[in-house]
Design a protein around this ligand. Structure first.
Ligand code: HEC
Length: 132
């Protein structure tokens, strides 16, 4: 009990202190990553490999995408919109992108309607953030 209470205080405190793109990953429990892997298989894997050194399919390989510059996988067919984005992908930015791809990155080539469930978005970004 006391462990649970203290971790609830310590974790957000650490996250605030870190304030890094990886903060969300620190907040990801193993079951959430597993759920994210399933969401990825269902909604993303037709167009994206998440395996290390995996291929680019219709979309770029997403292994280690958190922290990566958008539009930077060699050989992937990116939109101008994606190629000109500067800020490295964070879990939060990926969450916003997959919620409404065209709204988040107008002109994107990603033909995905969006993932409406916030819990599923969080779990899939947890899954991606855990792939190092
Ligand atoms: C129908 C195919 C398709 C599906 C389904 C799809 N994507 Fe994509 N994705 C793409 C394409 C194509 C691009 C390149 C977009 C561009 O250049 O504008 C892309 C780009 C991305 C990028 C940017 C990668 C980079 O290198 O900058 C991320 C992140 C991403 N997708 C995540 C996801 C996630 C997570 C899902 C599932 C929730 C998903 N995508 C579903 C085709 C798809």
């Amino acid at each position: 009990m006391s462990t649970v209470v203290s971790s609830k205080f310590v974790v957000p405190f650490l996250l605030a202190a870190l304030a890094s793109p990886l903060a969300l990953a620190e907040d990801c429990a193993a079951p959430q990553r597993q759920q994210g892997e399933q969401v990825f298989a269902r909604d993303c894997a037709a167009c994206h490999s998440a395996q290390k050194d995996g291929p680019t399919l219709m979309g770029p390989n997403l292994h280690d995408v958190v922290g990566r510059t958008p539009g930077s996988v060699p050989g992937a067919n990116y939109s101008q919109a994606m190629k000109t984005r500067q800020a490295a992908w964070t879990a939060q930015a990926i969450g916003a992108f997959i919620a409404q791809p065209q709204a988040a990155v107008p002109g994107t080539y990603m033909p995905y309607a969006g993932l409406p469930d916030a819990g599923e978005r969080q779990s899939v970004t947890c899954f991606l953030a855990g792939l190092k």
